[in-house]
Structures are given as C-alpha cells and as structure tokens.
Design a binder for this molecule. Sequence first.
Ligand code: SAM
Length: 237
Amino acid sequence: MAIIEILKKCATDYDIVISDDLAEKLEIYGRLLKEWNEKINLTAIKDDEGIAIKHFLDCLLVSKVADFKDGMNVIDVGTGAGFPGLVIAAAYPNVNVTLLDSTGKKLKAVENMAEEMGIKNVKIVHSRAEDAGKMPEFREQYDFATARAVAELRVLLEYTLPFVKKNGSFLSLKAAIAKEEIDGATKALQALGGKVDGLNEFTLPGGDKRVIINIKKISQTSPKYPRPSAQIAKKPL
Ligand code: SAM
C-alpha cells in the first residue's frame, strides 16, 4: 500500500481527516523524502509504513491538541526534515509556519520539498534556537512552538519558550510517557514562564506510545534567557 493509503486508513481511527489537498501535498512530501534520503541523512524512517505512521500521522496528532486558527504563527524548533512543522503547514495553509534548524543541508532539502509541495506558508530559518530566540524578529512572536526529538524537556523549554507569546503554548512531542522529564523541568518552567497545561497520550498503529505535552506560557520570559549554547549544555535549568 502506498504512503497516502496507509495514512488515510489509519487517520480515521483518530478522527483526523486527510483532505484531497493534504493528501496531494503529503504524497509529494513522501516521495521527495525518500529521494533526499538517498543523498543526505534526513531521517532514519525510510519505509512507506514508517513514513505514513511515524512521521505523517504522528505529526498530525498535534491537531488533536492545538486549535490552529487562520493567521496564527507557529515555529517548529529543530525541524530536521520538516517534522512536525512542514506537516502542520500542509494541513493548515492559512497558518504561518517557521521551520528552524541549525543544520543547513537539511533545510535545503526542506525548502525544496516545501516548494515542490506548493506550500507558501513557510519561512525557513537557519539558526540555533538559542540565537534566534534573542532576536526581536522571533522573540515572543509565536502562538505555538513545537519540537519533536530535539532535546530533553528542561533544555527544550529554554530553546522554545522565548519564541512563544504570553498565553501561547509550546507543544512538546515525545515518544514515551514523559512524567520524569516533567519532574526534572520544574525549575526551567518557573524560570522561563511556563506551566504544564495537559499531557495528551496516544498509541500509534503498531503500539508505539506518544505523548504531546502542552506547556502554556503564563508570563514573559526574562531577557536572561535563552543563555548561550555552552551554558545550556553545561548547566541545564
Ligand atoms: N524534529 C525532527 C523530527 O522529529 O524528525 C528532527 C529531529 S532531529 C533528531 C533533531 C534536529 O534538531 C536536528 O535537525 C538538529 O539539527 C536540530 N537541533 C538540535 N539542536 C538545535 C538547536 N539548538 N537549534 C536548532 N536546531 C537544533
């Protein structure tokens, strides 16, 4: 079965509708992902079923947690091959999505794939999160930040919360039940102005567990944060 057939079949169990427009875009994405993967190391998941379930469906699960409205701004931090940001942009053509990563060659592939998919609502930013988070152009400009498979939660919070507007949210897509990570992030949440606002658990077809942690930004982040990379690595909050 091709990627889109697998996705459509599975998505109904989660009440996720794959419109014709989205199916068309994701079909191109799936094909190009495989092509780019032969040139550069974009993603370890290369088979049709994996792409359909562990990439596309997994990323679309954010739509069960977030109410993305037209005109909103979303930033995907450490987007890699475009997950979840490019999938969100494909599903919500009227939401402005910034795809940020520190690896230029991955972004080159993402830019090409977005163009081929006919996606107009993405902006690609080559930067470390700690650097972009200091810039007025990006700081506290976003309704939502997302991140999948980038870092442990307390580090991720320092990368992402500076981008989020007050009352906006950071959605952290995690592979396992993340309670321990949340316990370890108490200090970071307090320092950066965040509060855990819900844990959303899912089981993918095949049995893998996923959790999306919804972290609400309840107060502005101090200009002290984000700190330089070396400090974050040496002394996470
Ligand atoms: N989010 C994608 C996914 O789920 O498939 C990619 C995950 S990949 C394991 C982690 C990505 O985060 C890499 O592309 C890496 O370059 C990026 N990354 C790690 N630390 C970063 C930072 N501080 N700022 C920007 N990007 C970062």
